[in-house]
Design a protein around this ligand. Sequence first.
Ligand SMILES: CC(C)(COP(=O)(O)OP(=O)(O)OC[C@H]1O[C@@H](n2cnc3c(N)ncnc32)[C@H](O)[C@@H]1OP(=O)(O)O)[C@@H](O)C(=O)NCCC(=O)NCCS
Length: 162
Amino acid sequence: MRLRDVEPADLDAYLRMRGDPVMMTELGGPQSPDRIAGQLERDLDTVRADSAWIKMIITGGSARVAGTVTLYAHGDISEIGWMILPEFQGRGLAGEAVRAVLGLARADGRWGLIHAFPSTTNAASNAICRSAGFALLGEEQTVFAGRVFQTNHWVFDPAAHA
Ligand SMILES: CC(C)(COP(=O)(O)OP(=O)(O)OC[C@H]1O[C@@H](n2cnc3c(N)ncnc32)[C@H](O)[C@@H]1OP(=O)(O)O)[C@@H](O)C(=O)NCCC(=O)NCCS
């Protein structure tokens, strides 16, 4: 597994992730191709400005995109999120990629506390938070894409994992 910054050629992977009703079940539902293309443009801009990390997960020897991990400032907090394409799920890739990004964040030092808000029903994402060293603050309702989700609020302190 390796990580690289998002590129314009990642539109296909974006469409497959964000346009997929199953993958987007707990992320507000599938998005339109226009909206997804707009998101990619904004993500490319934030990476050029170095104001967010939008990392694509690349597997093994191939150059294939398996998923993505994002870390961005959201209001006054830093928030991390992740997605793995269906054919790459269940191999530990999300956990490995999230731990790698947390390691980069620790070395970088700018992010402060890192928050994650998986749905309470998202067993794999909650397992990732637990095993990566996040602390569970409790449940809260989170508005995502205009819908309200019951989420767990996890927080990771990079400084405490130095
Ligand atoms: C959630 C998602 C990222 C998991 O990706 P993945 O690569 O299959 O996850 P991993 O193989 O790294 O497994 C992560 C952990 O979840 C556990 N897990 C996986 N599937 C599980 C399940 N159905 N029930 C319980 N635990 C599960 C694994 O054992 C592993 O636990 P560990 O960290 O303690 O070893 C992927 O299914 C996905 O992209 N889903 C759609 C989008 C989404 O929900 N994104 C997250 C929003 S917060």
